[in-house]
Design a protein around this ligand. Sequence first.
Ligand code: DX5
Ligand code: ZN
Length: 221
Amino acid sequence: MSKIYISPSILSADFANLERDIKLVENNGADWIHIDVMDGHFVPNITIGIPVVKSIKQVTKLPLDVHLMIENPEKYIEDFANAGADIITFHYEAVAQSHSELDSESIKNIIKQIKSFGVKAGLSIKPKTSPEVLYPYLKDLDLVLVMTVEPGFGGQKFMEDCAEKIPQIKSNAPENLIIQVDGGINDVTGKICTLNGANSLVAGNYIYKSDDIKKAIDSLR
Ligand code: DX5
Ligand code: ZN
C-alpha cells in the first residue's frame, strides 16, 4: 500500500500558540503542515500570508503545504517560495475565468513558475468544478487537490459527491501524482477518499479538536 500523507490544517490551530500547535502535530506523526492562505476575494475569508509562512518555516522541519485560495496567484508565488513553501497549490478557478486558450497558457506558466523555485506544484478544484479541466496539466503537476467543501472556512461538512472525482483523475494521471482532499475530513470521510484513491488527507477540525492528536492522525492512515 502506498503512503498516505497527512497534512493537518493549521486553520484550526490556536494562532496565539502557533508554534506549540505545529509541534503538537509534528510530534504526533503529521507528514506536512497545511497552510490555508485566503485573500478575501477568491474566498470570503482572510487568513494568513507570507510573513507567517516565513516564521512557521523556522519552527518546523516538516514540509510546508501551502494552499493558495487567492486571486492572481502568479504575483505571489516567488514570495511564498522564498518564505519556505515546499508545495504550492493554486486554484484552477482563480486563473481560468474565460475558459480560453489564454487561461490554459496561464495555468501552464504558473506551474512552471512554481517548479522553477524547486517547489512542488499543485492545482486545486472547487466542488462544482469538473475534474476533466485538470487533465491537460496532470503530467506537469506534482499534486492535485480535490476540495470536498467550498473553500473558505474550516469545520464544514464533507461533500461525498466530490470523492467520485478521485478515480476519474487517477485514471488519467501519471502513477506518481499525489491526489489530496481537503474539507470535512475525519476517520470516516478520509477512508472514503483513500478507498477512492486519494493519498493525501488535509484535516483541520478533526485533528485539532481531538483530545488525542496521535490517535486522530493515526486513524486517518
Ligand atoms: C478550507 C480549507 C481547509 C480547512 C479544512 O477552505 O482549505 O484546509 O482548514 O478544515 P476542516 O478539516 O475542519 O474541514
Ligand atoms: Zn486547505
